[in-house]
Design a binder for this molecule. Structure first.
Ligand code: SAM
Length: 306
């Protein structure tokens, strides 16, 4: 078995592989995937029932699934969706809004700056602006090539759930010791690992990535998984209003959380259903959250021909 498949199947879900995927929301559903507009779907979700909202909305840049709107209209639409997400969010819950740039005739407008007030105006507090760094993308000739987007993590209250231990990463120098003071000779790092910080180097889903579908801007599972593990407990509900090919639901269910989401394009919705089914069965290929591959310096690919 391929190691990426094994990563997913080793988990014990405690649910049947053929667990039903519901198309209408009910609080007891393990997974609800709605084909249609997120505002319609949100109306069926009760107040304060979601522990984590994680999403990447349309960026208003003319992808096949979006009409390009003037920016005020775009922000007004996003404000309505955010308001509804705040309504369904539990008091200890979190909203993670992942965005890049809107590009206007070569000038960039960072969407997190544009949308910040939609969250702040609803009383949410920004806890981190996580920089998601990735190595691949378009090559620009008139500005530096863009290689990051941001995950804007907001909470509804100061009493929010955050399980840091669930997402610690290995220490760089685990063998390092205090060299003076009362702890002299003892290891200085936390044996559980270090805080992953607010800069995450996780490959984006392009070309040969094992999770690639034909969606143009799919989340990597590892990225959503960090949010799920740190901001929810088992059986909590994770919601994505713009779920695309279902990555948020996959990250939730492989970690024994419940999931709900809406997708307006049937083709992507169908793929979301299929991926969730395969995740339940433990056969969906998933790249585990591990450091990015560094090719050996002596390889032909890394040796300059010049
Ligand atoms: C940036 S993509 C999200 C991709 C997703 N994170 C994934 O991993 O597949 C945004 C998605 O929102 C969908 N969408 C756009 N407007 C929508 C709406 N009003 N309601 C629900 N889905 C919508 C698009 O079709 C697109 O698949």
């Amino acid at each position: 078995m391929n190691s990426d498949v094994r990563d997913a199947s080793q988990r014990s879900f405690g649910w049947q592989p053929e667990y039903p995927i519901h198309s209408a929301f009910a609080p007891q559903n393990k997974v609800t995937l709605y084909h249609g507009d997120c505002m319609e779907f949100l109306q069926s979700i009760p107040d304060e029932s979601v522990q984590l909202v994680v999403t990447s909305p349309p960026y208003n840049i003319g992808k096949e699934y979006e009409a390009v709107l003037d920016l005020d209209t775009y922000v007004a639409q996003q404000r309505c969706v955010v308001e509804e997400c705040v309504r369904v969010l539990k008091p200890k819950g979190s909203i993670c809004w992942e965005v890049g740039n809107y590009v206007d005739n070569g000038a960039i407008i960072p969407l997190d700056i544009l949308l910040y007030d939609c969250f702040r105006g609803n009383g949410l507090k920004l806890r981190n602006r996580i920089v998601w760094y990735f190595g691949h993308g378009l090559h620009c000739s008139k500005r530096f090539s863009g290689r990051y987007e941001t995950i804007n993590w907001f909470t509804k209250s100061d009493d929010y759930l955050f399980n840091l231990d669930a997402v610690r990463v290995p220490q760089k120098y685990p063998g390092k010791k205090h060299f003076k003071g009362p702890n002299r000779g003892k290891y200085s790092g936390n044996p559980k690992g270090k805080n992953p910080s607010d800069v995450w180097n996780i490959p984006n889903v392009k070309a040969n990535h094992v999770e690639k579908t034909d969606h143009p801007c799919q989340f990597p599972v590892a990225l959503v998984q960090r949010l799920v593990l740190s901001m929810t407990n088992e059986d909590d509900l994770v919601f994505d209003p713009y779920i695309g090919v279902g990555t948020t639901a996959v990250a939730a269910i492989i970690n024994a959380r419940r999931a709900a989401g809406s997708e307006i394009v049937k083709h992507y919705y169908d793929q979301a259903v299929d991926r969730v089914r395969r995740a339940f069965a433990g056969v969906l290929r998933i790249r585990s959250d591990r450091p990015v591959y560094e090719p050996p310096r002596s390889s032909r690919l890394t040796t300059s021909p010049w």
